[in-house]
Design a protein. Structure first.
Length: 155
């Protein structure tokens, strides 16, 4: 069965490092939610896009995009719903292409349960919480090697 790791946590905690290790050492395909977010904003919400968005993703989402009531009132659109749908579609597409997928990003924390449920039909899904370069699955500390073996052995 396919395996999807949802690697989430606050900025600068080690999410990208973990994904890079999984790609380089354990045959995972890796994708950054940040890249998906910037592309989504550029193409679907050009009024909210700016050249240096990739350096301001967390504050941009937290202070601008996540304000659903405001976006409904001012634009007649729910940007959060649109973003979550776009992210789900992209991750499902990647899951269809790869047996082992590592998806990392701060923005996963906002839609983690929705992604878990939506992906569970086609893959084993494991949320991995990263805090201060330590990894936790179901609250239990795990090593990079244990993260790579999720779904293949019990932790």
């Amino acid at each position: 069965m396919k395996q999807v790791l949802l690697i989430y946590g606050n900025p600068r905690q080690g999410k990208t490092y973990l994904m890079t290790e999984l790609v380089e050492c354990y045959s995972f395909h890796g994708v950054s939610v940040d890249h998906i977010y910037v592309d989504f904003t550029r193409t679907e919400l050009p009024e909210l896009y700016f050249e240096y968005l990739d350096s301001y993703i967390a504050p941009h989402y937290d202070c601008i995009l996540s304000q659903s009531a405001y976006s409904m009132r001012e634009f007649g659109r729910n940007f959060v719903t649109e973003w979550n749908s776009h992210l789900m579609t992209r991750v499902l597409e990647l899951t269809a292409q790869y047996d082992n997928l590592a998806v990392e990003g701060y923005l996963l924390r906002h839609c983690l349960r929705e992604l878990e449920m939506g992906l569970a039909v086609t893959a084993q899904v494991f949320p991995v919480h990263v805090v201060n370069q330590t990894y936790r699955v179901h609250g239990k500390p795990v090593s990079i090697e244990e993260v790579a073996r999720l779904g293949r052995s019990e932790i």
